[in-house]
Design a protein around this ligand. Structure first.
Ligand SMILES: Cc1ncc(COP(=O)(O)O)c(C=O)c1O
Length: 445
């Protein structure tokens, strides 16, 4: 049994508090807040941990770009030997912009548009993860038209409960993901031998922040039944992609154990001749990231205390969206030992009552101006940041040993307005007479 105390920014903070805190505080002085900081050493350590844990399965690992799509992070993860799982033409364009190889790229998602499919075929990506009959037909037609061959895996919906939040459950029959087994079997029969399509195997992804091994085993068992049946029909099935979803300990508890997964899956998969693939996102990158923010006000409302910070649901939406609970610590110098902690909410500037980062939480004593750190922020943080309330999206910094680099600059007011056009230029709407003069301006004004 492994120890399971995996490396994370949180464990580094706990072990070498003063030094790491000082570094993070210095970064806020240089780049301002809110600020996402990632630690390359943590990413490397976790990648090695994952690779070692899953080694008995000889699986390929595809990092799930949706968890964190910063170009520098993707480049680093590629250097560590990972391929990628993308879910949009935009994510694929990021890999292309970073000039990363595309042979180990799979493209999932229920809504691939015509232009996205064309982009992926033109880029000659490794494999489409096909989620419906309509999508299969569109991929086949487009590939034929372009004179390409589309490699595909059929995404199954195994109807397995991953015991996670409803919004990140994807493997149950009532969700929009994948196909039931009979639809997938019929599709295989229909497209086997199609000149522009090669169906190589099956894919599934049961959900995210999964804490137990058992749902993976249940899903794999069901899927192996499907594979055996297809092989009996004479089809070649060479790959089995079991998706991502490995959970982490947001409260400091043990992460999902890749070793335990490998131990449980090995007996099932030996002698199947299947090339296994996993698509972890959160497990690799969440604990490597921290969101730094500055307390603006300590607001008392009756018995309730609000710590108002300069980050919020527009910077990190997990608490508002999924009830995500992240630990929040203060980087300020420790107050005198007898200073009482406070119980309260950490909230942002957005005009929504859902704009909170923590609720009813025992917090360290905080004063306006203190820097707070929200832990395990590396996944589903920056990728979901928005401009709601016309807030600017934060900067991102990568730490590596004693060095650091800005890997995304903070947005500016110019960025905020860059894609918009107001009506002051007098351009008419379609079908209207062009405006001859600016109507509101007084003569000579
Ligand atoms: C198809 C697919 N693969 C992999 C992942 C990565 O999940 P996680 O970040 O939980 O590992 C997701 C996330 O929802 C997904 O939809």
């Amino acid at each position: 049994m492994e120890t399971d105390r995996h490396v994370s920014c949180a464990t580094i903070l706990a072990d070498s508090r003063r030094h790491y805190r000082a570094r993070l505080t210095a970064l806020t002085a240089e780049f301002g807040t809110p600020l996402y900081v990632y630690d390359a050493a943590v990413i490397r350590a976790r990648a090695a941990r994952l690779q070692k844990g899953l080694a008995p399965l000889k699986a390929k690992l595809h990092f799930s770009v949706k968890a964190n799509s910063n170009l520098s992070i993707l480049r680093l993860i590629r250097q560590l030997g990972f391929g990628f799982d993308v879910v949009s033409g935009g994510e694929l364009a990021r890999l292309q912009a970073a000039n990363l190889p595309l042979a180990d790229v799979s493209f999932a998602g229920v809504g691939k548009t015509g232009p996205e499919i064309r982009r992926a075929l033109a880029a000659n990506i490794g494999c489409f993860t096909v989620e419906s009959a309509g999508e299969m037909a569109r991929i086949a037609d487009t590939a034929a038209e372009m004179g390409r061959i589309a490699r595909a895996a059929l995404r199954l919906n195994p109807n397995v409960d991953p015991h996670t939040h409803k919004f990140i459950t994807t493997g149950r029959a009532e969700t929009k993901f994948g196909m039931d087994f009979s639809t997938a079997a019929a599709l295989w029969r229909q497209f086997d031998g199609h000149p522009a399509v090669r169906i190589a195997g099956v894919h599934l992804h049961i959900g995210s922040q999964v804490r137990q091994v058992a749902p993976y085993i249940e899903a794999a068992q069901k899927t192996l039944g499907f594979i055996t049946a297809r092989r009996a029909e004479g089809f070649t099935v060479s790959t089995l992609d079991l998706g991502g979803g490995f959970g982490i300990g947001y409260q400091g508890e043990a992460d999902f154990s890749p070793n335990d997964l490998a131990a449980a899956l090995s007996p099932l998969l030996q002698n199947t001749g299947l090339q296994l693939v996993f698509e972890p996102g959160r497990w690799l990158i969440a604990p490597a990231g921290i969101l730094l923010m500055t307390a603006q006000y300590i607001k008392q409302a009756g018995r309730k205390t609000f710590v108002v910070v300069d980050a919020g649901m527009q910077t990190m939406i997990r608490p508002a969206l999924y009830g995500g609970r992240h630990r929040i610590i203060s980087l300020a110098a420790a107050p005198p030992a007898d200073t009482p902690s406070i119980t309260g909410d950490v909230v942002g500037p957005v005009c929504e009552s859902s704009d909170f980062l923590a609720q009813n939480r025992e917090l360290p004593p905080v004063s306006a101006g203190d820097v707070l750190a929200l832990l395990d922020a590396g996944a589903y943080g920056m990728v979901m940041a928005s401009n709601y309330n016309s807030q600017l999206r934060p900067a991102e910094v990568l730490l590596d040993g004693n060095r650091h680099r800005l890997i995304r600059r903070r947005e500016t007011m110019t960025d905020l307005l860059a894609t918009e056009q107001d009506l002051s230029d007098g351009v008419s709407f379609l079908g209207e007479e062009p405006a001859t003069s600016a109507p509101d301006r007084p003569p000579g004004g």
